[in-house]
Design a protein around this ligand. Sequence first.
Ligand code: SF4
Length: 284
Amino acid sequence: METHVLEARLLNHVGKAIKDFGLIKGGDRIMVGMSGGKDSYTLLHLLRKLAASSPHKFELVAVNLDQGHPGFPGHVIEDYLKAEGVQYRMLKQDTYSVVKRLVPEGKTYCSLCSKLRRGILYISAVELGCNKIALGHHRDDLIETLLLSALYSGALKSMPPYLRSRDGRNVVIRPMCYAPEEEIAEFSKQLAFPIVPCNLCGSQELMRTRVKRLLRELQAENKAVKGNLLHALTNVVPTHLMDKKLFNVGEAVGADPWLDGDEEPEAEPCATPEKKLTQLRAES
Ligand code: SF4
C-alpha cells in the first residue's frame, strides 16, 4: 500500500477513536509517550498531522523515559525529535536497577517495570502542564490484553481508550485503539522511523507473546478474527455474562448461544430458530 493511502487509513482510525471517545479537545496539552518503538513514532506522526489541520488547537510534548536499561540508545530518539522540530523532553530514571533488585530470579520484569514507568510519566505530565498522556497502544494490544486478562487474571477487561487515573490528576488516551498493528508496522517501515527495540533489558512478556502467536494463527484461518475481537469490546451483553453487579438475575432475554446455536459462526447464519428448523427440514 502506498504511504499516503496508509497514512490516510491510520488517520481515519485515529479520527474515529477521537470522535467515539472524546479523546482530544481544543486547548489540550498532550504528552506523547515516546518509547522509541514503531507505535510511538507512528502515534506522534499522526497526532502532529491532526494538530496541524484541526480547527481545535492542541499542543503536543513528546516525552521519552530512559529507565536505565543497559545500552538504551536514547540519543536516537532525541536526534529524531530534534530534527523534526518537535517540542520534547528526555527523562532519565534508573528503574532497571530497582526492578532487578526486587523481582525474584526467573520472573519477568515487565509488570513492575511498567508500574514504575507509569508513576514517573504521571508525575512528569503534571510537571509539564500536560492534561493528557497519549500512548501508542493499538487494536492488537487491546485484544491481546483482553485475552490475557480473561485467561490469566480471570477478568474481562482491556486497555481503555480513555482512562482517568485514580487520583484524578491524569488522563491517559489511546488514539490508535482502532488501528491494526500490521498497518502501523508497514507505515513505520515506509517512513523509516529510527526504532529502538523494547526488550533491551532481556525481559519479555512470555504470555503476551504466546497470545500474539495464537491470534496470528487464528487470523490466518479467518481474516475476521482480530476485527471481531475488537468489535466484541464494543458489543458487550452483560446479561449473558455472570457479573451480577452489571444486571439483575432474571433480566437475561433473547437468544441463547447454545439453544440458538450462535456458539460457532455459521456458514449461512439463520436469523431465527424457526428459520433454522425450516432449513433443517428442507435439508433432511
Ligand atoms: S520488555 Fe523491558 S522495558 Fe519493556 S516493559 Fe518489559 S521490562 Fe520494561
